[in-house]
Design a protein. Structure first.
Length: 94
């Protein structure tokens, strides 16, 4: 498994509970693909994680130059695994 693109994210949790933040509905240059990211953040703390894409997924989509990443984040209760919320999509342009 060869990892390709890495984008770093910071999350701050003031929700009153432990949460997990995961990437959802992700695309690169308009091609839907799986992103690897799951960040556990305790209440009152900050968490940092990296959004990863596999080289094989980028190659299969014919992507050699990343111009845009679009993703949403699911906020999951760290104890019940219930999805509390999913953010609107954010777009990152390079």
């Amino acid at each position: 498994m060869s990892l390709a693109l890495r984008s770093r994210f910071a999350f701050e949790n003031n929700s009153g509970r432990s949460i997990i933040v995961q990437a959802r509905n992700t695309s690169v240059n308009g091609f839907s693909m799986d992103a690897i990211m799951s960040c556990s953040v305790n209440n009152g703390e900050k968490g940092y994680d990296t959004l990863l894409f596999l080289n094989s997924d980028l190659n299969n989509a014919g992507i050699t130059n990343i111009k845009t990443i679009k993703t949403a984040f699911a906020i999951i209760d760290g104890n019940t695994w219930y999805t509390l919320s999913t953010t609107d999509s954010v777009t990152i342009n390079f």
